[in-house]
Design a protein. Structure first.
Length: 174
C-alpha cells in the first residue's frame, strides 16, 4: 500500500524551469495541435507541453484541484505495468489524489529535477505526452532521502490528460 500511495506522488511531477527546444517537424505538419498529420510530429513546446507543466507545478504547490483539472473525468493511472495489456486495470484518479493528499504530509523537498517533455502526434492524430524526470524527496519522519528516475506517458485528448502510465524502480522508494 505504501508503494501505491507513494506512487501517487510520481503522478504529479514538479516542473522547474526547463528550457525546451522548438517543435521538430517530422512531416508536413508544424505543431502538436494539428488533427491529422500525414506522418507524425514531435513537439517540445506548445499547449500540450504547457498542460503537463501545469500539472507538475500544481503538484509542487500541493494544489490538488489545479492538478485534478489537468485530467479528464475518467482518467486512470497505471504504475509499472504494461499499459497496452487490457487485462491490467488502472487506478482511478480520485484514489490516487486521496492517497497523495494523505501521504504528502510525510515528505519534504519533493522535486523532479529538470524534466524533459515531448508530445508525439501520431499519423492517426492521437497525441502522447512523455516526460523523463528524477524524483527526489526526503521523508520527514526518518530523514531518508529517495532518488528515483522515472518515465511517464500521457494520452492527451481535448486538452486533458486521459491516462498516465508511469514506469519507475519502486524498490528505491522503500
Amino acid at each position: 500500500m505504501k508503494k501505491i500511495i507513494f506512487a501517487g506522488a510520481l503522478l504529479f511531477l514538479f516542473a522547474c524551469g526547463q528550457q525546451t527546444p522548438k517543435t521538430e517537424v517530422v512531416s508536413d505538419v508544424t505543431d502538436s495541435t494539428s488533427a491529422k498529420p500525414s506522418t507524425g510530429t514531435v513537439a517540445y513546446d506548445g499547449p500540450d507541453v504547457e498542460l503537463m507543466k501545469k500539472l507538475l507545478s500544481s503538484v509542487e504547490k500541493a494544489d490538488w484541484e489545479a492538478a485534478r483539472s489537468c485530467f479528464s473525468d475518467s482518467a486512470v493511472i497505471m504504475y509499472n505495468v504494461w499499459a497496452p495489456d487490457t487485462t491490467q486495470k488502472g487506478i482511478p484518479l480520485a484514489d490516487v489524489l486521496a492517497n497523495e493528499k494523505a501521504d504528502r504530509v510525510n515528505w519534504e523537498n519533493v522535486s523532479y529535477g529538470d524534466p524533459i517533455y515531448e508530445v508525439v502526434t501520431v499519423p492517426s492524430g492521437e497525441k502522447y505526452g512523455h516526460l523523463w524526470a528524477r524524483y527526489t524527496a526526503k521523508n520527514k519522519k526518518t530523514g531518508k532521502a529517495v532518488d528515483v528516475p522515472l518515465f511517464a506517458s500521457y494520452l492527451i485528448k481535448d486538452g486533458k490528460l486521459q491516462w498516465e502510465w508511469a514506469i519507475y524502480d519502486s524498490k528505491r522508494l522503500e
